[in-house]
Design a protein around this ligand. Structure first.
Ligand SMILES: Nc1ncnc2c1ncn2[C@@H]1O[C@H](COP(=O)(O)OP(=O)(O)O)[C@@H](O)[C@H]1O
Ligand SMILES: [Mg+2]
Length: 377
């Protein structure tokens, strides 16, 4: 895969081995510099880590650091859990990540290898192993969040990045379609739900060969493949909870009740709608001052209000700027997410198709002239 903006080997101050001898020389160089050395579980090769680096990313549960594998001439990303009080949770995350890769390898962050036990104690307390992933450099593979907000943190190890460009209607259609395929395939083939789908856990890759945007899902730290998903409905981030989860939370998670069939799939599908809204408007759909108000907003949207053109002037304005007619887009969201207008409520595949139609149908010329809408949603 040829990728825009990716460094060519030999550029900058990077190691540039081409032969076995050179590989050994690079390894020796890194050793001299005081980089930590680990043996990889699968390949048996060495992976080097600069102990003085700043993490390249962090979430609630882990920090992501960089490593270099001289034999493969490859930079990688290593997920180091912040707390190892529950090493079995990290092992579970790895198991589910591997499982997800089986069902949709093109839509999941690649696992390159693992760093094994004895050696990991240098950078993390004792536990089984740590996952070594493909490095998704924000220059060519930002998270969807970075892509939406167009803010790219500057890392010293990367060449000047290409100018970020706003998502196009075609890209939003493709990403929504990819997420729909991820959700449905994982659920049908692996009984797997990710449970924390949101823009910071999704990567958007510019691939010059494919002439399109590629989507990859990462962070399986909240995922589940339990036969019945009877887990705490508040796993995940509140803005991306489904109205069903909000109601379950309000009802105090009545454990005597049978969970609704396909409840996990419904929740997961809903999140694709929330993410699609964020891609189009640049705003988190249910962001409010506090979690209570966020839960209320989700509930009211689903059961009372839906998406009304008059209430979402920023979204309307963005759509007009993209030369997209707003009404069909609003209808696509409402048919999917608004319970009073539930033509295909929860059917994420259908939603992705309807949204694509709405986004790629051209705006009629006279409507384009009337784009004087004020912002404020
Ligand atoms: N393979 C990767 N390459 C580059 N950056 C990554 C990679 N994986 C994660 N990150 C960065 O680290 C952040 C946290 O990673 P994530 O796996 O979501 O951890 P957490 O479980 O703590 O949320 C991501 O939002 C992203 O910015
Ligand atoms: Mg995360």
């Amino acid at each position: 895969m040829k990728i825009l903006g990716r460094r060519k080997s030999g550029e900058g101050s990077e190691p540039q081995p081409t032969t076995e001898k050179k590989t050994a020389a690079v390894a020796e160089q890194l050793r001299q510099k005081g980089w930590y050395e680990f043996q990889l579980e699968r390949s048996g090769q060495q992976c080097f880590i600069d102990p003085n680096q700043q993490p390249i990313g962090a979430g609630g549960a882990a920090e992501i650091i960089m490593g270099y594998i001289p034999t493969q001439q490859r930079w990688v990303a290593i997920k180091v859990p912040k707390s190892l009080i529950y090493p079995e949770l990290y092992a579970e995350e790895i198991r589910l990540h591997l499982k997800a890769l089986e069902a949709t390898p093109d839509l999941v962050v690649e696992i390159v290898d693992f760093i094994i036990n004895e050696t990991t104690s240098k950078i993390a307390a004792d536990h089984e192993k740590m996952v070594v992933m493909e490095l998704l450099d924000p220059a060519w593979a930002p998270t969807l969040k970075q892509r939406i907000t167009e803010t790219h943190p500057a890392y010293s190890w990367s060449e000047p990045r290409p100018e970020p460009e706003p998502l196009t209607p075609i890209e939003v259609s493709q990403i929504t379609g990819d997420l729909a395929r991820f959700v449905i395939t994982q659920y049908r083939q692996k009984n797997l739900i990710h449970r924390d789908l949101k823009p910071t856990n999704i990567y958007i890759i510019r691939d010059t060969n494919a002439q399109r945007t590629l989507t990859k899902v990462g962070d399986f730290g909240s995922a589940s493949d339990a036969e019945v998903d009877d887990s705490d409905p508040l796993v995940g981030t509140i803005n991306y909870l489904s109205p069903r989860q909000v109601l379950a939370a309000q009802a105090g998670y009545d454990t005597t009740q049978e969970p609704a069939p396909d409840a996990g799939l419904y929740d997961e599908s809903w999140r694709v709608g929330v993410i699609a809204y964020e891609m189009l408007s640049g705003r988190v759909m249910f962001a409010r001052a506090n979690p209570q108000q966020e839960a209320r907003a989700i509930h009211d949207f689903a059961y009372e209000d839906g998406l009304q053109i008059k209430d979402y002037p920023t979204l309307v304005k963005n759509l007009m700027k993209m030369n997209v007619k707003p009404e069909p887009v609003f209808e696509a969201f409402n048919r999917f997410m608004f319970l009073k207008h539930p033509e295909y409520h929860g059917d994420v595949t259908r939603f992705a198709k309807e949204l694509e139609l709405a986004l790629t149908g051209q705006l009629e010329p006279e409507a384009a002239d009337q784009s004087s809408v004020t912002s404020g949603d």
